[in-house]
Write a protein that binds this ligand. Structure first.
Ligand code: FE2
Ligand code: FE2
Length: 323
């Protein structure tokens, strides 16, 4: 695979041969009417996504391919029902070493946050800096500073919401903006709310192996980010002599309850106002991001998307702004 031959998704033209480095965004093993297994994929890069089919060796490939990982792909771009589709002739997972040998760094093709990472990082530090509770301030700052590299690059999930480089940071940053406003409307502790927002998903730094590998770790699959985050926060609290017990339990509760419902990995439901706010702000930001993503990835004519999406209804796309 030679770097100069590689095409980006936006350069794919129907009836042309394609060599590319892409990420697996979705994957399903299906069967043809004759019962032959094949892989139904959505592949993507910074510039877009394309649906792809692998007609041969589907079962073997399903064992080595995973959603989120980078792959080297050769195939033919065709047109199917008016949309481009990639017929894959060969596909293989690429390690960081393979990417180095090809001469591309992973951040060149993984989708990235559109916001400025350094500005968002600074906004979080500023919010921590203005906390009045010195215990929460120290704890939050320590956990953030120690994980700075991961926080600036991690996705917030593999495909659900903010599934791109810097997605974790963008998710927390947006939630922080909403929380700052909410703290002026409801009678809540701003420090507990802000600290809860900033730390609510900290377990995702261990639940997900960051880029370029981009998969759920074994611990992530076994425990999940809610429990992992709780344990990271509790370990850090133990390092701080004299940390008040009530504040510790409340912050821990915000983390274990932030998913809101038992069926969404929450061992507890939110039991006080700051915890309830973290849950709703989290939901709000995740769903707003998913809705934006659905519209951006829809190439159909007209103002409505189809209903094969998270919300299971056609979504009305935003009007294009006049030039
Ligand atoms: Fe979460
Ligand atoms: Fe979250």
């Amino acid at each position: 695979m030679v770097r100069n031959d590689l095409k980006k998704v936006e350069e794919f033209v129907a009836n042309s041969a394609i060599v590319s480095v892409l990420i697996i965004r979705e994957m399903a093993l299906r069967r043809t009417r004759e019962g032959k297994p094949y892989l139904d994929l959505v592949l993507g890069d910074k510039t877009g996504r394309i649906s792809a089919k692998v007609w041969d060796h589907g079962e073997e490939l399903a064992k080595i391919l995973k959603v989120g990982i980078p792959v080297g792909v050769r195939g033919q771009c065709e047109e199917y029902m008016g949309l481009p589709q990639l017929i894959v002739h060969s596909i293989k997972p690429l390690s960081s070493k393979d990417l180095n040998e090809i001469g591309i760094s992973w951040d060149q093709f993984f989708p990235t946050t559109e916001k400025d990472k350094e500005l968002m990082w600074q906004a979080l530090l500023d919010a921590i800096d203005t906390m009045e509770d010195s215990w929460l301030k120290e704890l939050t700052l320590r956990l953030y500073k120690e994980n700075e590299e991961k926080i600036k690059t991690h996705p917030a999930s593999l495909k659900f919401h903010h599934a791109y480089v810097g997605g974790f940071l963008e998710h927390v940053y947006t939630m922080l903006m909403i929380a700052e406003a909410a703290a002026t409307i409801y009678p809540v502790s701003r420090d507990l709310l802000i600290s809860g927002i900033i730390l609510h998903d900290i377990g995702k730094l261990e639940e997900l192996k960051g880029f370029p590998d981009n998969y759920y770790t074994d611990e992530g699959n076994l425990l999940g980010h809610t429990i992992q985050g709780f344990s990271m926060v509790r370990d850090k609290i133990r390092e701080i002599d004299g940390f008040p017990a009530t504040t510790a339990r409340k912050l821990e509760h915000i983390i274990v309850a932030h998913q809101g419902e038992y069926e969404y990995q929450a061992p507890k439901k939110p039991a006080f106002p700051e915890a309830l706010l973290v849950h709703y702000i989290d939901e709000m930001d995740a769903r707003m991001n998913i809705m934006k993503q659905i519209c951006e990835e829809d190439f159909s004519e007209g103002i409505w998307t189809n209903n094969r999406n998270y919300f299971r209804i056609p979504i009305m796309k935003p009007e294009e702004e006049d030039e």
